[in-house]
Every structure is written in C-alpha cells, then in structure tokens.
Design a protein around this ligand. Structure first.
Ligand SMILES: [Zn+2]
Length: 465
C-alpha cells in the first residue's frame, strides 16, 4: 500500500492569528495535529504574494524557473496587462509530478490551475482566479456541488452576506472532505483561500472573535479531522502571513518624484482588483485637478476627512477619484505590484539605488540577484518590497498625492506557517524550512523522483531541528 500525503493550505495564515483560533478553541482538530507536529515560521517568497508563493511551494523551484511573479503581468509592448493562468506556469507542479510517475493526486483551488492540463491520474478543481469553476470529469460526482468565487462571480463576502458566504464555504469544505474520504489518492492538495480573503477585509473582526467569521474557521477545521484518518504525512502550510500595518506606500509616486513615471488619468495597467467583481461604485467621479492638487498638500488625516466630506456632498455610491495612474507608454520605469519594469535598461542600477535609500522600502533587487532559470525573462527588472518591520506595506500602483500615507490596514507579511505531521516526527519548533522544500519532501515521502534542478531540500522528518 502506497503512502499518502495531504497538503492543506491556509492562504495568508500567520502564527499569531492561528494561536488565537487555538486559544478560542475554534479549530480543535488542527490544534490537535499541531500539538504533535514539527512546526515553524515559513518565510514566503520575495514578493510575499499568493501567485509566486503557492507556485514555488507546489514546484520546489523559484519564480525564475516556474515563471509566476504575480496575478497580472504587463503585455510585451506595455500597453496593458493580462491575467496569468495555468499556461504561464512553466514547471510541473507536484500534483502533476505525482501523476506522471503513475500515482494519483487530487488538487483543489491551487492557484493557476485553469485551464486544466489533462494528465492521467491528476484530478483537479480549479481556483478562484478561474473565469468559472472547472473540474476533472473523473471527480464530477463530488465536485459538482463545489461553489467558488471566481473572476466571473463575486464572493458574497463582499456584500457581507454572511449566510450566503457560509453556504459557499461549506460547499467547498464538504467537497474536499468527500474527496479525501472517498477517492483514491496518494497526494491530496487543497488550498483554502478563506483566511486571506477574510484577513484582507475583516482582519479586526477576526481578531475580535466575531462569531460570523469564527464559524468559517470552524467549518474548515472539519477537514483536519478527516485528514488525520486518511493521510500518513500531513502538511499544513500558508503562502505568507498577515499583519496590521501603519503606513501605506505608493511606489509609483516615488518613481514619479524621481522623474521616471509619467501620469495619466485612466488605468492601462490593470491589476487583479480591477478584474475581480469587487464592490465597484456605480459612478466614478473625478475630482477636479485643482482640488486634487490642493488636497495633496494637506496632511493625510485632513485629506481623508476632506475626501469623505466631498463624497458625502456628492451622495452615496460615488467613488471620488483622487489619483493618477502611470502612463506606461511615456514612463521610463513603473511599478506593477512588487515588480518594477524599466524600459531604459541602463537606468536599472540607478533605480535600485534610489529605492534602497528610501526608509519605506525594505529591499530592492535586480531580478538576477533573486532568481535563476529560463523564465528570468518573464520577471520584472527590479523586485521591491516595503519596509515591513517599520510598519509599511504597499497600497496600490496608483500615483497618489503622497508616497506614504498614515493608514491602519491589514496586508500580507512574509512570515507564513508550516506544520508537518507523520508518525515519525517529534513535536518541536524547526527553523530553516523553505517554500522550496515542500515538493521534494512530498516526492521523497512517496518514493518518487525529485527533479534534478529543484531549489529545495528534503526535510528530515525524524531529526529536524
Ligand atoms: Zn496568499
């Protein structure tokens, strides 16, 4: 009988949040597994974003080999962006590696699985970045009830329709549980996106133990009960952590001050937020240029109040547009997410130097300093992260009136979690586990071949320190 590995992803989970859920006894089954496990802080990829992080975890290689840096990427002529999908992932993922070596895998809600690549033995339900949920016909009997938010269908969470949201989450958890119990697999891989989606919008409510959110975590916890009886190795993992920050950073505003970015009033370089059906206001109202200039000179607290008054005067569902966007055609360099695209390559060193000088920047690297591999060409010229430790996080790609604003908001933090349980492990805290180690560890446990160019190592489950 072949051994079985189950990977349960909790997108965005951090130890300080999970410890609260344990303290409140919201996730008793996971708490029970964790007590017996090897566990540690899992540093995310640079950048700590779901696309590159989950893809690195699932391939065992860096973005320079698998090709994923973010959810959207600029087109080659920089005229716009496109949403990445499974065809942009240039490396086999572990659920596929297992199947091509003649074992069976089930993979649910792993990012960038749409359109499904048909591989015998790999059964997939696509992720929330899909235009619609698709699944392998072999698991239709279970997957047909799975309801996801997708790019084409907004989550009821956005309208605070808690009951509808709970019904959707339940359909996902129940599907996962049925697949775990009733199908034949050697690797079971599921990512629950709910923690990330809840922390982005309702972080404070989670930390206040809001009952409507607690029941979501309690529902997800049902999976941990079933997995305890069905897997020989259980890996619970997050792609990055989460935290409250005190300052928002607009990198393009900084680049504009350096004379690198040109602005315009409409957004060509759309991000995933523009593509998702989030709570779009019915009317976009553009603030007059003169008022925009005036507001931008005020302290941000006053600016916020002024903006609220202005919105109130204009009534209800109007989004006052206080910002400019980058003009990719006439900019020498611009930021899109954590990447900076530099059109005049001789400026790269100069831009890195200016970024490193800024107190709100935590690090800036030329792409070849971080990544290696054939997909290096698909990476932005420079990778930049905010100064997390000083309370800064990125806000968006807009050119805001000021480079940094005082705001309390929750966002990704590099410190994720990893929990490993098998009969062999001695419960302890371990250091030094990398996102790249998960795939080689799974393959080794199943007695399968590990790709020669992996960036990870097999975690020693018996003697880990
Ligand atoms: Zn994530």
């Amino acid at each position: 009988m072949k051994r079985r590995v189950a990977v349960i992803g909790l997108d965005g989970m951090a130890w300080h949040i999970l410890d609260k859920l344990f303290e409140w006894n919201i996730m008793p089954n996971l708490k029970n597994i964790t007590r017996k496990s090897l566990k540690g802080v899992l540093p995310s990829t640079i950048p700590p974003e779901s696309g590159p992080a989950w893809t690195s975890i699932a391939t065992g290689v860096n973005p320079g080999k698998h090709g994923i840096f973010g959810f959207t990427k600029p087109t080659e002529d920089y005229s716009g962006t496109h949403i990445v999908n499974s065809q942009d992932v240039k490396y086999l993922r572990v659920h596929e590696m297992v199947a091509v070596q003649n074992l069976k895998s089930v993979c649910v809600n792993q990012l960038l699985t749409y359109p499904i690549k048909r591989i015998h033995g790999a059964y997939v339900i696509t992720d929330w970045l899909s235009p619609e949920i698709k699944y392998s016909p072999e698991i239709a009997q279970y997957a047909k009830n799975y309801q996801g938010p997708t790019l084409g269908k907004a989550s009821p969470l956005l309208e605070k329709n808690w009951d509808a949201h709970y019904t959707e989450v339940s359909s996902r958890v129940d599907t996962v549980n049925a697949l775990l119990e009733k199908t034949d697999w050697n690797l079971f891989w599921v990512v629950y996106s709910e923690p990330d989606h809840l922390f982005h919008r309702y972080y404070d409510s989670v930390m206040r133990k809001d009952r409507r959110l607690m029941r979501i975590f309690a529902k997800i916890d049902e999976t941990f009960k079933i997995v305890s009886n069905t897997a020989d190795l259980i890996i619970v993992i997050s792609d990055h952590g989460f935290r409250k920050f005190s300052y928002g950073v607009y990198v393009n505003t900084y680049l504009e001050k350096l004379g690198l970015v040109n602005s315009m009033r409409h957004q060509a370089m759309k991000t995933i937020v523009c593509h998702r059906q989030v709570d779009k206001p019915k009317i976009q109202f553009r603030i007059p240029e003169s008022l925009y200039r005036y507001l931008s000179r005020l302290p941000s607290s006053i600016e916020l109040i002024m903006l609220r008054v202005y919105k109130h005067l204009l009534k209800a569902n109007i989004r006052a547009q206080l910002t400019n966007h980058i003009d990719p055609k006439f900019s020498k360099a611009f930021a899109h997410g954590f990447g900076i695209y530099v059109k005049e390559k001789e400026l790269i060193d100069h831009v890195v130097m200016y970024l490193k000088k800024a107190p709100f920047i935590g690090g800036a690297w030329k792409k070849e300093e971080l990544y290696t591999g054939k997909q290096l060409k698909a990476m932005p010229d420079i990778v930049v992260i905010p100064n997390y430790e000083k309370g800064f996080a990125f806000r968006s790609d807009i050119i805001a009136p000021k480079t940094t604003v005082r705001r309390d908001f929750s966002n990704h933090h590099p410190n994720g979690i990893v929990i490993l349980y098998s009969e062999d492990v001695k419960p302890s805290w371990v250091k030094g586990i990398s996102v790249y180690d998960i795939t080689p560890t799974i393959l080794n446990f199943l007695g399968l071949n590990i790709p020669g160019d992996t960036d990870g190592k097999v975690i020693d489950l018996k003697n880990a320190k």
